[in-house]
Write a protein that binds this ligand. Structure first.
Ligand SMILES: NC(=O)c1ccc[n+]([C@@H]2O[C@H](COP(=O)([O-])OP(=O)(O)OC[C@H]3O[C@@H](n4cnc5c(N)ncnc54)[C@H](O)[C@@H]3O)[C@@H](O)[C@H]2O)c1
Length: 197
Protein backbone atom coordinates (compact mmCIF):
# COMPACT_ATOMS: atom_id res chain seq x y z
CA UNK A 1 0.00 0.00 0.00
CA UNK A 2 1.51 3.32 -1.03
CA UNK A 3 1.23 5.81 1.81
CA UNK A 4 1.47 8.97 -0.27
CA UNK A 5 -1.80 10.93 -0.02
CA UNK A 6 -3.40 8.59 2.51
CA UNK A 7 -5.18 9.81 5.63
CA UNK A 8 -4.55 8.34 9.09
CA UNK A 9 -6.07 8.69 12.55
CA UNK A 10 -3.81 7.86 15.52
CA UNK A 11 -5.17 7.70 19.06
CA UNK A 12 -2.80 8.64 21.86
CA UNK A 13 -0.84 10.48 19.17
CA UNK A 14 0.50 13.39 21.21
CA UNK A 15 3.21 11.54 23.13
CA UNK A 16 5.33 8.41 23.19
CA UNK A 17 4.88 5.73 20.57
CA UNK A 18 1.82 7.41 19.04
CA UNK A 19 3.73 10.61 18.50
CA UNK A 20 6.60 8.73 16.81
CA UNK A 21 4.07 7.01 14.56
CA UNK A 22 2.43 10.34 13.64
CA UNK A 23 5.85 11.79 12.77
CA UNK A 24 6.73 8.77 10.64
CA UNK A 25 3.41 8.93 8.77
CA UNK A 26 3.90 12.63 8.02
CA UNK A 27 7.38 11.84 6.67
CA UNK A 28 5.63 9.46 4.26
CA UNK A 29 3.26 12.23 3.08
CA UNK A 30 0.26 10.91 5.01
CA UNK A 31 -2.19 13.44 6.43
CA UNK A 32 -2.77 12.66 10.08
CA UNK A 33 -5.26 13.33 12.86
CA UNK A 34 -3.80 12.97 16.35
CA UNK A 35 -6.48 12.12 18.90
CA UNK A 36 -5.34 12.57 22.49
CA UNK A 37 -6.63 13.35 25.95
CA UNK A 38 -3.75 15.71 26.69
CA UNK A 39 -4.70 19.06 25.12
CA UNK A 40 -1.49 20.84 26.10
CA UNK A 41 0.78 18.15 24.63
CA UNK A 42 -1.43 17.79 21.58
CA UNK A 43 -1.37 21.48 20.75
CA UNK A 44 2.40 21.71 21.31
CA UNK A 45 2.94 18.64 19.17
CA UNK A 46 0.76 20.01 16.36
CA UNK A 47 2.65 23.33 16.37
CA UNK A 48 5.98 21.49 16.05
CA UNK A 49 4.67 19.25 13.27
CA UNK A 50 3.15 22.23 11.41
CA UNK A 51 6.56 23.92 11.54
CA UNK A 52 8.28 20.80 10.20
CA UNK A 53 5.76 19.56 7.62
CA UNK A 54 3.66 22.68 6.84
CA UNK A 55 0.16 23.56 7.96
CA UNK A 56 -2.78 21.47 6.78
CA UNK A 57 -1.11 18.07 7.06
CA UNK A 58 -1.71 17.42 10.73
CA UNK A 59 -4.84 17.87 12.81
CA UNK A 60 -5.16 17.60 16.60
CA UNK A 61 -8.42 16.63 18.30
CA UNK A 62 -8.61 16.65 22.09
CA UNK A 63 -10.64 13.59 22.98
CA UNK A 64 -10.91 10.90 25.63
CA UNK A 65 -11.14 7.70 23.59
CA UNK A 66 -13.29 6.13 26.30
CA UNK A 67 -16.01 8.67 25.44
CA UNK A 68 -17.65 6.82 22.55
CA UNK A 69 -19.52 9.82 21.12
CA UNK A 70 -16.41 12.03 21.27
CA UNK A 71 -14.44 9.31 19.47
CA UNK A 72 -17.16 9.04 16.82
CA UNK A 73 -16.98 12.84 16.33
CA UNK A 74 -13.17 12.66 16.00
CA UNK A 75 -13.50 10.14 13.15
CA UNK A 76 -16.14 12.27 11.40
CA UNK A 77 -14.07 15.46 11.83
CA UNK A 78 -11.10 13.72 10.23
CA UNK A 79 -13.14 12.73 7.19
CA UNK A 80 -14.67 16.21 7.02
CA UNK A 81 -11.22 17.81 7.09
CA UNK A 82 -9.24 15.45 4.83
CA UNK A 83 -12.02 13.93 2.72
CA UNK A 84 -11.20 10.25 3.40
CA UNK A 85 -9.76 7.81 5.93
CA UNK A 86 -7.32 4.98 5.08
CA UNK A 87 -5.38 4.04 8.22
CA UNK A 88 -6.51 3.85 11.85
CA UNK A 89 -4.05 3.17 14.65
CA UNK A 90 -5.76 2.44 17.97
CA UNK A 91 -2.74 3.18 20.14
CA UNK A 92 -3.96 5.07 23.24
CA UNK A 93 -3.32 3.00 26.34
CA UNK A 94 -2.83 3.31 30.07
CA UNK A 95 -1.51 1.02 32.78
CA UNK A 96 -3.40 1.75 35.98
CA UNK A 97 -4.17 -1.31 38.09
CA UNK A 98 -5.88 0.77 40.80
CA UNK A 99 -8.29 2.34 38.35
CA UNK A 100 -8.64 -0.97 36.52
CA UNK A 101 -12.08 -0.27 35.07
CA UNK A 102 -10.70 2.79 33.27
CA UNK A 103 -7.79 0.68 32.04
CA UNK A 104 -10.26 -1.73 30.45
CA UNK A 105 -12.24 1.15 28.94
CA UNK A 106 -9.20 2.82 27.37
CA UNK A 107 -7.15 -0.25 26.38
CA UNK A 108 -9.88 -2.60 25.20
CA UNK A 109 -13.36 -1.07 24.90
CA UNK A 110 -12.02 1.96 23.02
CA UNK A 111 -9.95 -0.23 20.71
CA UNK A 112 -13.09 -2.20 19.85
CA UNK A 113 -15.07 1.01 19.35
CA UNK A 114 -12.24 2.49 17.26
CA UNK A 115 -12.16 -0.64 15.11
CA UNK A 116 -15.91 -0.52 14.46
CA UNK A 117 -15.76 3.20 13.66
CA UNK A 118 -12.83 2.55 11.32
CA UNK A 119 -14.88 -0.12 9.54
CA UNK A 120 -17.76 2.34 9.10
CA UNK A 121 -15.43 4.85 7.46
CA UNK A 122 -13.25 2.46 5.44
CA UNK A 123 -14.96 -0.88 4.79
CA UNK A 124 -16.60 -1.81 1.50
CA UNK A 125 -19.45 -3.13 3.64
CA UNK A 126 -20.23 0.54 4.21
CA UNK A 127 -19.55 1.61 0.62
CA UNK A 128 -15.98 2.75 1.32
CA UNK A 129 -12.76 1.63 -0.37
CA UNK A 130 -10.87 -0.33 2.32
CA UNK A 131 -8.00 0.43 4.66
CA UNK A 132 -5.79 -0.74 7.47
CA UNK A 133 -6.39 -0.88 11.22
CA UNK A 134 -3.51 -1.36 13.65
CA UNK A 135 -4.48 -2.19 17.21
CA UNK A 136 -1.58 -1.73 19.62
CA UNK A 137 -1.11 -4.53 22.15
CA UNK A 138 1.95 -5.41 24.22
CA UNK A 139 4.37 -8.21 25.02
CA UNK A 140 2.29 -8.36 28.22
CA UNK A 141 -0.20 -10.28 26.11
CA UNK A 142 2.30 -13.11 25.78
CA UNK A 143 4.12 -13.03 29.11
CA UNK A 144 2.80 -13.54 32.62
CA UNK A 145 2.81 -10.12 34.28
CA UNK A 146 1.74 -10.65 37.91
CA UNK A 147 2.17 -6.97 38.77
CA UNK A 148 -0.25 -5.85 36.02
CA UNK A 149 -3.03 -8.43 35.60
CA UNK A 150 -5.66 -6.05 34.23
CA UNK A 151 -3.27 -4.45 31.74
CA UNK A 152 -2.30 -7.98 30.66
CA UNK A 153 -5.96 -8.94 30.23
CA UNK A 154 -6.66 -5.89 28.06
CA UNK A 155 -3.70 -6.60 25.80
CA UNK A 156 -4.73 -10.26 25.45
CA UNK A 157 -8.15 -8.92 24.54
CA UNK A 158 -6.78 -6.61 21.84
CA UNK A 159 -5.07 -9.49 20.09
CA UNK A 160 -8.02 -11.86 20.45
CA UNK A 161 -10.51 -9.29 19.16
CA UNK A 162 -8.38 -8.26 16.20
CA UNK A 163 -7.65 -11.84 15.14
CA UNK A 164 -11.33 -12.76 15.41
CA UNK A 165 -12.28 -9.76 13.28
CA UNK A 166 -9.77 -10.80 10.65
CA UNK A 167 -11.11 -14.37 10.55
CA UNK A 168 -14.70 -13.11 10.45
CA UNK A 169 -13.97 -10.96 7.43
CA UNK A 170 -11.98 -13.68 5.72
CA UNK A 171 -15.05 -15.89 6.09
CA UNK A 172 -17.07 -13.18 4.42
CA UNK A 173 -14.47 -13.23 1.63
CA UNK A 174 -13.66 -9.61 2.29
CA UNK A 175 -9.93 -10.18 1.92
CA UNK A 176 -8.94 -9.74 5.54
CA UNK A 177 -5.82 -10.88 7.31
CA UNK A 178 -4.29 -10.29 10.69
CA UNK A 179 -0.68 -10.36 11.78
CA UNK A 180 0.94 -10.05 15.15
CA UNK A 181 4.45 -8.73 14.85
CA UNK A 182 7.13 -7.11 16.84
CA UNK A 183 7.59 -3.78 15.11
CA UNK A 184 10.50 -1.44 15.78
CA UNK A 185 8.37 1.68 15.81
CA UNK A 186 5.97 0.25 18.37
CA UNK A 187 8.73 -1.40 20.44
CA UNK A 188 6.05 -3.81 21.61
CA UNK A 189 3.47 -5.87 19.90
CA UNK A 190 0.65 -4.77 17.70
CA UNK A 191 -1.98 -6.60 15.73
CA UNK A 192 -3.05 -5.27 12.39
CA UNK A 193 -6.16 -5.86 10.33
CA UNK A 194 -6.09 -5.20 6.61
CA UNK A 195 -9.42 -5.51 4.84
CA UNK A 196 -10.94 -4.91 1.46
CA UNK A 197 -7.68 -3.67 0.05
N1 LIG B 1 6.02 2.00 26.07
C1 LIG B 1 6.15 0.68 25.93
O1 LIG B 1 7.24 0.10 26.17
C2 LIG B 1 4.99 -0.15 25.44
C3 LIG B 1 5.17 -1.53 25.27
C4 LIG B 1 4.13 -2.29 24.78
C5 LIG B 1 2.92 -1.71 24.46
N2 LIG B 1 2.76 -0.37 24.65
C6 LIG B 1 1.46 0.20 24.29
O2 LIG B 1 1.69 1.21 23.33
C7 LIG B 1 0.70 2.23 23.46
C8 LIG B 1 1.36 3.59 23.64
O3 LIG B 1 2.18 3.54 24.78
P1 LIG B 1 3.22 4.70 25.15
O4 LIG B 1 4.32 4.06 25.91
O5 LIG B 1 3.54 5.52 23.96
O6 LIG B 1 2.34 5.54 26.18
P2 LIG B 1 2.46 7.10 26.60
O7 LIG B 1 1.89 7.18 27.96
O8 LIG B 1 3.83 7.62 26.34
O9 LIG B 1 1.48 7.82 25.56
C9 LIG B 1 0.11 7.47 25.55
C10 LIG B 1 -0.67 8.62 24.97
O10 LIG B 1 -2.06 8.23 25.05
C11 LIG B 1 -2.78 9.33 25.58
N3 LIG B 1 -3.97 8.83 26.27
C12 LIG B 1 -4.04 8.18 27.46
N4 LIG B 1 -5.31 7.94 27.79
C13 LIG B 1 -6.08 8.44 26.78
C14 LIG B 1 -7.46 8.52 26.55
N5 LIG B 1 -8.35 8.05 27.45
N6 LIG B 1 -7.90 9.12 25.43
C15 LIG B 1 -7.02 9.64 24.54
N7 LIG B 1 -5.70 9.61 24.70
C16 LIG B 1 -5.22 9.01 25.82
C17 LIG B 1 -1.83 10.04 26.53
O11 LIG B 1 -2.22 11.39 26.77
C18 LIG B 1 -0.52 9.92 25.76
O12 LIG B 1 -0.33 11.01 24.88
C19 LIG B 1 -0.19 1.81 24.62
O13 LIG B 1 -1.33 1.14 24.14
C20 LIG B 1 0.71 0.88 25.40
O14 LIG B 1 -0.03 -0.04 26.19
C21 LIG B 1 3.76 0.41 25.13
Amino acid sequence: MSLNGKVALVTGGAQGIGRAVVHSLLQSSVKVTMVDLNKTCGEECKAQLDAEFGEGNCNFIACDVSDGEALRDAFQSTVNMFGQLDIVINNAGINNEKNWEKTIQVNLTSVIKGTYLAMEHMSKEYGKKGGIIINVSSMAAFLHSPHQPVYTATKHGVIGFTRAMAVRHTHRTLHASSSTDSCSIFRGTHTSLRFNS
